[in-house]
Write a protein that binds this ligand. Structure first.
Ligand code: AGP
Length: 619
């Protein structure tokens, strides 16, 4: 997602735009830009015509502020954008605003134009030239195409009718120096109503300082903002009345979109993100198509082994990946923590594929592991959440996870986004190698398409999970047990608890319990058991009986409809049933919430736990 902002009013627009963009950087920060309508200092006798000055750079908003420090723009009409790239790598050229060929119209866009290729082809045939690789650049050119009659609002309406996809747009035109135009469809956009000034923004955090009076623009409504008034129209040019809301709360609350903290917001974003990933990689004909995989199908068909390298939560995603990829493709998969891989002189054969998994793409150990692999002629692709990060630039291919910026240090939405990406890659590879039939492929994709709704069902149990957290707050140590593809879930659940609540927590393969950890079990030990339906359900049930016999306090994650487990346990979180192989996308959700609530009840800062950093960029 990206952040957009616009201003029209009596004050100088530039400082307001820059400050607002800083508030929106949590939505994306790989590049930023500003567009200002101004009257350039005219040469002797030249006609004073308004122009649009555009400045855009890769990197943070602070870069723009530095470059604009000594420039003087008295005007009060501008738009701004901070980007989280979807189409076109992070660069100045791909940053927003984008202009039409004449330079008269500039647009900032948050969203994805699904039919941009066909629109771009049509416009190129009509002589329009494009400078960027983005989807967004079709918008100003489409508006320009219809602007010939001089009515910008009508031109915007005509252009909107051609667009498919999600968008929130801020639009300025050098020939309409008093007006700011805005329109949205699916992407968020609010209008801020000030005194002698008006604003648009992706969310309230960017304008809360100036006004609390807002209008939430409806889909496919065009707002025309002038310094003294705001008028809203539908696409048939009929004026639309709008309710004025009053914002409450502070800026950071607005960024969290009403959630108490980023971590809870990011936990709740997971279903929408997984749906977005599916829509990104599964085409309308049901096939999986990755854009920047970088490796051709011949190499992929010939792969003999896969090595996954990662750290922390990403490592746990890699462990799930081992079970999933081996089960579907029958290719052997090794998973290594990057900090070990990089020093153990890894054995890499010709047909070895290295998959590096990293949310940030800047983790030092993972980067070093990738460099070590490449030194040994390994072919490297990465699964990463930050476009343009070091890892994406040092890998031959990239599969982006599109989870949006993950602000909370404890990784949640990035983890399930990594899992979803791994499942899709495994299905793609298995189908390519002929290891699964078309039927099995379709079944796998349809299982994944059910996950978002199932996650929402689990999230709706948050109050129950909070009560379980409260009843287990006082335990001095936790043990997490899982089997098969949920052994990594046990590890990830334990990591969440320990990094958020500082309670010692250990994840273990349940089959290992009698080889040591059972010595830990007594009435002072809380044991989280993942016992969803699977080929090893009865084995997990035996573990549970052994723990009960030793007075361990169990919290179980089980499938809805499992009556058997209720004969043994009271503290059970029921989740929807899905094919066992896909269950890690669900079993982790209650464990994220459990860890979250334990930490909250202990009054810890869940977004910035002690001693941790969001990205470990040093060894
Ligand atoms: C997970 O909650 C932690 N924040 C940490 O383990 C993290 O997963 C690890 O540092 C890897 O980070 P990366 O995914 O950005 O490479």
């Amino acid at each position: 997602m990206c952040g957009i902002i616009g201003y029209v009013g009596e004050k100088k627009a530039v400082p307001i735009i820059l400050e607002g963009l800083k508030q929106l950087e949590y939505r994306g920060y790989d590049s930023a830009g500003i567009g200002i309508v101004h009257k350039p200092r005219s040469k002797k006798g030249a006609e004073d015509k308004n122009k649009i000055f555009v400045l855009k750079r890769k990197g943070r908003v602070a870069n723009l502020s530095g470059l604009l420090k000594n420039k003087h723009f008295p005007n009060g009409l501008a738009i701004g954008h901070t980007r989280w790239a979807t189409h076109g790598e992070p660069s100045s050229g791909n940053a927003h605003p984008h202009q039409d060929c004449s330079g008269r119209i500039a647009v900032v866009h948050n969203g994805i134009i699904e039919n941009y290729q066909e629109l771009k082809k049509e416009l190129e045939k009509e002589g329009y030239q494009f400078k960027s690789r983005t989807d967004s650049e079709v918008i100003p050119n489409l508006i320009s195409k219809f602007y010939k009659e001089g009515d910008l609002k009508k031109a915007v309406a005509k252009a909107i009718k051609k667009l498919k996809g999600a968008y929130a747009l801020g639009i300025i035109c050098s020939e309409q120096p008093e007006k700011l135009f805005a329109v949205r469809n699916d992407s968020p956009l609010i209008i801020g109503l000030g005194k002698g000034e008006n604003f648009i923004a992706s969310d309230a955090s960017a304008i809360l300082k100036h006004t609390k009076r807002v209008i939430y623009l409806g889909d496919k409504q065009i707002a025309v903002l002038e310094k003294g008034n705001v008028n809203i129209f539908d696409l048939e040019d009929k004026q639309v009345s709008q309710k004025i809301d009053i914002l409450s709360g502070d800026i950071s609350k607005a960024q969290k979109r009403g959630f108490k903290d980023f971590m809870l917001k990011e936990i709740y974003e997971q279903p929408a993100i997984l749906s977005k990933i599916l829509s990104q990689w599964v085409s309308s004909d049901g096939n999986i198509r990755f854009k920047h995989l970088g490796l051709n199908d011949n190499f992929l068909k010939g792969i003999k082994q896969i090595i996954i390298v990662a750290c922390g939560t990403a490592f746990h995603a890699g462990l799930v990946g081992k079970y999933v990829i081996e089960s579907l493709t029958r290719i052997p998969v090794w998973v290594d923590v990057a900090s070990e891989f990089r020093y153990r002189k890894p054995i890499i054969k010709e047909e070895t594929l290295i998959i590096a998994i990293s949310q940030s793409g800047e983790t030092a150990d993972t980067l070093s592991a990738v460099r070590e692999a490449k030194k040994n002629k390994g072919r490297v692709i990465c699964i990463c959440n930050v476009l343009g990060s070091s890892l994406t630039r040092e890998s031959e291919g990239v599969i982006y996870t599109y989870a949006g910026p993950e602000i909370s240090v404890a990784s949640t939405k990035a983890y399930t986004a990594q899992l979803m990406t791994i499942y899709l890659f495994a299905l793609y590879l298995a189908s390519l190698k002929g290891k699964i039939s078309g039927e099995e492929f379709k079944k796998g994709v349809s299982s994944l398409q059910k996950v978002a709704a199932m996650q929402n069902k689990i999230l709706s149990q948050n109050k129950e999970i909070k009560k379980i957290a409260r009843r287990h707050l006082h335990f001095g140590a936790f043990l997490y047990l899982g089997r098969g593809v949920n052994f990594p879930t046990a590890l990830e659940g334990a990591l969440k608890l320990k990094e958020l609540s500082y309670i010692p927590a250990e994840g273990y393969a349940a089959g290992e319990m009698k080889h040591g950890p059972i010595a830990l079990i007594d009435e002072y030990r809380a044991v989280v058991c993942i016992i969803n339906s699977s080929p090893v359900y009865s084995k997990m049930l035996s573990n549970i009986q052994e723990i009960i016999a030793r007075k361990g306090k169990i919290i179980a994650i089980a499938n809805k409809g499992d009556e058997q487990i209720q004969n043994y346990l009271k503290e059970v979180i029921f989740i929807p049933k899905i094919e066992p192989l896909f269950s890690p996308l669900l079993t982790i959700i209650p464990l994220q919430l459990l860890a979250y609530y334990v930490a909250i009840l202990k009054k810890y800062d869940v977004d910035k736990p002690r001693n941790l950093a969001k990205s470990v960029t040093v060894e």
